[in-house]
Design a protein around this ligand. Sequence first.
Ligand SMILES: Cc1cc2nc3c(=O)[nH]c(=O)nc-3n(C[C@H](O)[C@H](O)[C@H](O)COP(=O)(O)O)c2cc1C
Length: 252
Amino acid sequence: MAESADHRDTPGAPGTGAATGGARRRTSDESDDAASRAFRELLRGLRVWDTELPTFDPAQAPAAPLPLFRQWLREAAEAGVPEPHTMTLATADAAGDPSVRTLMLHDADERGWHFATHRGSRKGRELAARPRAALGFYWAAVGRQIRIRGSVTAASAEESAADLHRRSPGALAAALVGRQSEVLGSTDELARASDAAWERARREPDAPVPSWTLYVLRAEEVEFFQGDARRRHVRLNYRLTGGGWEQELLWP
Ligand SMILES: Cc1cc2nc3c(=O)[nH]c(=O)nc-3n(C[C@H](O)[C@H](O)[C@H](O)COP(=O)(O)O)c2cc1C
């Protein structure tokens, strides 16, 4: 929403006398209030679980979470959820301060959930210091959320390179740009680096990107949440114990 010109007015600016300054501040405060009200109304008008959603019977769930995860991702894709393979990755720094960001899921198999990034990025540095992470998926069209937590290991350089070179030229070009999470001097600098990276990716489809690393999160806990229009959401949590996967229902 466009901000009013009054909003940019500052007390003491040229031509702003004490009397008019007060009046302008009032106008500015009023427009801030109106914008805040409109924003709150927008939020209150938005809905969740306001559509026909699938049912989920936890009694029929498989003994391990992986087959159910794959089934739910397939069903999200079939329901038209855009980019259902994108997820939130949470890590924490050495002081315990958390960060989240969106990443692409590259695979989910018996080893765990695979994703890739630069080792020197913030998340790469955090994973090096504390190799624990959580993943979150939310697919609104089917009212489903999945939460996964566990330990993370970096795959070998060979496996990381193979994973990268299986992907699109755009993915290689993006990886070749490098310096992820460093402070960028200007957008021109990025444009030059990106043009060079695209050109190199075209010329050299196997170009190495040593910092690009495949990570595998080995799940210790996986929770499936099925939203329900009457708010009787179903939460099924899998926990890995010495004896294998145990299941428990959670209050919503
Ligand atoms: C849809 C989407 C997919 C993304 N996929 C990846 C990815 O697979 N790997 C990656 O390093 N960054 C990916 N990013 C960018 C990250 O969200 C993030 O900005 C970047 O990795 C830097 O994160 P960090 O500073 O916390 O390390 C993606 C962003 C979006 C919006």
